[in-house]
Write a protein that binds this ligand. Structure first.
Ligand SMILES: NC(=O)c1ccc[n+]([C@@H]2O[C@H](COP(=O)([O-])OP(=O)(O)OC[C@H]3O[C@@H](n4cnc5c(N)ncnc54)[C@H](O)[C@@H]3O)[C@@H](O)[C@H]2O)c1
Ligand SMILES: O=C(O)[C@H](O)COP(=O)(O)O
Length: 627
């Protein structure tokens, strides 16, 4: 599938109630914004079918991720719509969250705590919610994103593991997923150590025995931990905290983690080893990797065939990393001596839970008062930040862009979107856009110039005006791919100041017809180039013609014979229709030959006015563009 523009919309009246090429965006005053909050994660009004094209959403301006509930306001008499006040966003909390986090959320939005919702109830509720906060007990499936009708902007996971959130669906629907990756680390590690010690000394079984009126000193002789080898599988945050504590117990700690740095492990006194070495030499194995398709049932019959007989296994990661039936077989055979913990609600007749050599708790790793308060604050701040238009440092499905980079790139982000939108409008209807080349002219080294935001915004500018898709930083690449749009990027080193990230951005679209022949260069590509001047995006080049106009409001491009009086003639036509000209720039290839006139207009000229411009004899072609 390729993208194609809708030329019949070029002259569509702003009062049209059908979706317009021009009014899916909000005020252009964002171009001057230096705010760190950018709209690459914002959700536009498209999900709200009741919006009319004369109504502007309250999206972005200084907030590209302004994700509060879209509301509308008709402002026909205004030059540009003002920022529109919106109701507080609704945040659904579907599992128990610490009070401190709830306070942060309540200060910001309307908070609904509805615990134990059935999947159906969650789906019915979600279309009223801008954010959803969950722990591990809520399955945030594709159905949830579908049911949200585009309203859900952020899913906050109050904890680490995001295996209960369908990340690809979230990304597809442009919904940001954030987690709280640090606040429960110590709690989980302490729980692991508690299970390790309890298991080694049969605490749970002995407790149950004595409560049952028995006195079985000989039955519950344990094993010592000191000097024993503990293999940490997954040397991340929790794994390394478990390692530190186990070292304190006098254990010899090794770890397996294909992605961990050996020097970080050495810093904790831990040797990184292969999977087979870890499982075959350990007396105790503690699992701390995430549940992913790769780690699912990583501990299976084959793995148990390699372990040291009598190994003890602690799992405070996820139940799914172990093949439960294989584990029961290994326990029955005495290959695995003991197991600690269970992460998901077990079936009533679970052989594993009932096994006498297994000690279990519900999913309690993160359940300390301290961790829950910490997690609640961490996730509340991340969700509020996201709803406020900021990129979160804990975003799971969006690039992490440091605040200073965001702030520096803000005007270029606006430029990128406007260029995308403009380039799209230069393409003739029916021409499918398949291939877009983006050329960044920069004095910076590639390592010092992150193009992800700019690329996302170019995609947004190209796709959003002509489709129902909502494009943001989360789903830009996905959406482009889905629509058959190939974006290639090039960097051209220029000798300007590296103080500025980009000197100019050029967009070239190949294999299309143009609505404005002068925008086509020798190799047949439609080409435009823009740059940021004084913090404001400017169009600098159309085809081979240099121009210099700020990318604000509406733009008329005319190609004419380079002769005196042209500006006056067009200006008079616009003035006679009360259309205010905000700026004008003429660029020519050579004296008295062809020139391009770029005219910025505050109001959208009506069809008759545009026809009159077209009838001026020396005007060879013209196009009206909405920015
Ligand atoms: N029980 C609880 O309450 C609780 C609390 C926190 C975290 N967790 C679970 O523990 C997991 C780890 O949490 P974390 O905060 O340490 O995350 P983390 O991302 O800091 O660490 C995970 C580590 O696993 C490693 N890993 C990935 N694939 C692996 C593989 N195939 N083999 C070995 N290692 C692999 C990663 O490289 C990473 O270092 C989470 O995903 C979560 O499921 C449970
Ligand atoms: O991944 C996590 O953070 C832990 O497993 C905690 O899950 P919980 O928030 O459901 O306790």
């Amino acid at each position: 599938m390729a993208l194609s523009s809708k030329p019949n919309k070029i002259f569509s009246s702003s009062s049209s109630s059908s979706p317009s090429l021009f009014f899916s965006q909000s005020s252009n005053s964002s171009s001057k914004s230096k705010s760190k909050s950018l709209s690459f994660l914002h959700t536009s009004s498209k999900s709200k079918p009741q919006l009319k094209t004369t109504q502007f959403t309250n999206t972005k301006i200084n907030s590209i991720l302004k994700t509060t509930t879209p509301t509308t306001k008709t402002t026909p008499q205004k030059k540009y719509p003002e920022e529109i006040s919106s109701p507080k966003p609704t945040i659904l909390v579907s599992e128990k969250l610490g009070e401190a986090g709830l306070r942060v959320l309540r200060d910001f939005g309307h908070v609904e705590c509805l615990y134990d919702l059935s999947p159906d109830d969650l789906c019915s509720k979600i279309s009223d919610c801008d954010a959803l906060i969950v722990r591990s007990g809520t399955k945030v499936s594709r159905r949830v994103f579908e049911a949200s009708n585009g309203r859900l902007k952020v899913v906050g996971r109050a904890g680490v593991g995001i295996d209960n959130v369908d990340l690809s669906a979230a990304t597809e629907f442009g919904c940001l997923v954030v987690n709280a990756p640090t606040a429960n680390t110590v709690a989980a590690a302490e729980h692991g150590i508690a299970l390790l010690a309890a298991m080694a000394r049969n605490v749970a079984q002995a407790d149950a025995s004595i409560k049952a009126g028995k006195w079985e000193r000989n039955k519950y002789v344990g094993v010592s931990m000191v000097g024993k080898t503990l293999a940490i599988m997954g040397f991340g945050k929790v794994g390394s905290e478990v390692a530190r504590r186990a070292k304190g117990l006098g254990m010899h700690v090794i770890a397996h983690d294909p992605y961990a740095a050996a020097d970080r492990a050495r810093g904790v006194g831990v040797e990184l080893v292969s999977f087979d070495q870890a499982v075959s030499t350990a007396d105790f194995i503690s699992l701390h990797m995430p549940l992913t398709p790769t780690t699912s049932k990583l501990f299976n019959d084959d793995t148990f065939s390699k372990v040291k007989k009598g190994v003890r296994i602690i799992n405070v990661a996820r139940g799914g990393v172990i093949d439960e039936e294989a584990l029961v077989r290994a326990l029955d055979a005495g290959v695995v001596a003991q197991v600690g913990n269970y992460e998901e609600p077990p079936p009533k007749d679970s052989k594993l839970v009932q096994h006498e050599n297994v000690i279990v708790t519900p999913h309690l790793g993160a359940s300390t008062k301290e961790a829950q308060e910490g997690v609640a604050i961490e996730i509340a701040e991340a969700v509020v930040g996201a709803l406020n238009g900021e990129l979160s440092a804990t975003a799971v499905n969006a690039p992490m862009v440091p605040p200073e980079v965001l702030s520096e790139l803000a005007p270029y982000v606006t430029l990128a979107e406007k260029l995308g939108k403009l380039a799209m409008q230069l393409v003739a209807g029916g021409s499918g856009i398949k291939s877009v080349r983006v050329i960044y002219k920069t004095a910076r080294d590639p390592d010092d110039f992150d193009t992800r935001l700019l690329r996302a915004m170019i995609i947004k500018g190209i796709i959003e005006p002509i489709s129902a898709s909502i494009v943001n930083l989360v789903n830009a690449d996905f959406t482009a791919k889905q629509k058959g749009l190939r974006i290639s990027e090039e960097r051209v080193r220029v000798d300007t100041s590296p103080e500025f990230p980009v000197d100019s951005i050029e967009i070239r679209i190949s294999g299309v017809e143009s609505r404005f022949a002068s925008s086509v260069v020798e190799n047949g590509e439609v080409k435009i180039e823009g740059k940021v001047k004084y913090g404001v995006p400017h169009l600098r080049c159309v085809g081979n013609f240099d121009v210099d106009v700020s990318l604000e409001g509406n733009l008329i491009l005319c190609r004419q014979v380079d002769q005196p009086g042209m500006i006056g003639q067009v200006g008079n036509i616009l003035a006679s229709q009360n259309v205010n000209v905000s700026f004008m720039s003429v660029g020519r290839i050579a004296l008295k030959r062809k020139a391009i006139m770029a005219i910025g207009v505050d109001e959208e000229p009506n069809k008759d006015t545009l026809l009159k411009i077209g009838q001026v004899p020396s005007i060879e072609e013209f196009v009206f563009l909405n920015l």
